[in-house]
Design a protein around this ligand. Structure first.
Ligand SMILES: *[C@@H]1O[C@H](CO)[C@@H](O)[C@H](O)[C@H]1NC(C)=O
Ligand SMILES: *[C@@H]1O[C@H](CO)[C@@H](O)[C@H](O)[C@H]1NC(C)=O
Length: 219
């Protein structure tokens, strides 16, 4: 028993660490040495469902009426943290976008941007000195993912999130009211840009193909 639990403990640490790793395993992780890794649960024409283990991020909140303004300010703050502590850049960078409460809402919104901590900083993250920056352990999640190219901006993120939520509504998926805008490239990269939008699954993930759904009204 002792040997077995020791082995399981070892495996657990091994898998927990393996969730942030060598970018060569992901075709769209091209600019950083380490990326957030995942298991693909299933895939339809409209989205993927991925499983992500719990990992440590460094995060900051920024309130603005414009997502693009919030993203710029939050990025500078998090970049100062990693630069000041000699931490290498990783991918992706994620931005939590809360749902719009009312369609006429024009007031400001709080966005949370997070940088993934590299493997060597996962266990003992360096405490941020900036009070607006905090270490943020995000739990294990199953995410509905839609990928797109070009640049992630407020309008493209909003547009892509709309397409994904329509696809999820069509299959009766239960998912978070907020979403994540997910970027893998520096603003300077021009080719092969890869962005994603994620909604978190709040029930058993649905991966029915739309063909199957088309048959259901007959019964
Ligand atoms: C990543 O994997 C590639 C190929 O498997 C290897 O050549 C490279 O050294 C690895 N890089 C790191 C940082 O482990
Ligand atoms: C940052 O925003 C998140 C999401 O809205 C919220 O849960 C959290 O309490 C905020 N944290 C700080 C330090 O403001």
């Amino acid at each position: 028993m002792i040997y077995l639990s020791g082995l399981l403990g070892f495996l657990f640490i091994f898998t927990a660490e393996a969730r942030v790793g060598n970018s060569s395993g992901l075709s769209f992780c091209t600019e950083t040495e380490q990326c957030l890794l995942f298991d693909l649960i299933c895939k339809t024409a409209d989205y993927e469902v991925r499983h992500y283990e719990a990992v440590n991020w460094v995060s900051t909140n920024e309130t603005s009426w414009s997502m693009d303004v919030a993203v710029m300010k939050a990025f500078r703050r998090l970049f100062a943290y990693i630069k000041g502590n000699n931490i290498q850049m990783t991918a992706p960078v994620i931005i939590e976008v809360p749902p719009k409460k009312y369609f006429w809402q024009v007031s400001s919104t709080t966005y949370t941007m997070s940088f993934l901590l590299p493997v060597e900083h996962q266990k003992n993250p360096i405490n941020p000195t900036d009070v607006k920056v905090y270490i943020d352990r995000k739990p294990e999640v199953k995410a509905y993912v839609r990928s797109y190219g070009g640049w992630m901006m407020g309008f493209s993120d909003h547009y892509q999130a709309g397409i994904l939520s329509s696809a999820l509504d069509a299959v009766g998926a239960v998912y978070s009211s907020f979403h994540y805008g997910v970027g893998y490239n520096s603003p300077m990269a021009v080719f092969n840009r890869h962005n994603e939008v994620w909604f978190l699954s709040e029930d058993d993930p649905v991966c029915d193909s739309s063909e199957e759904m088309d048959l259901s009204p007959i019964f």
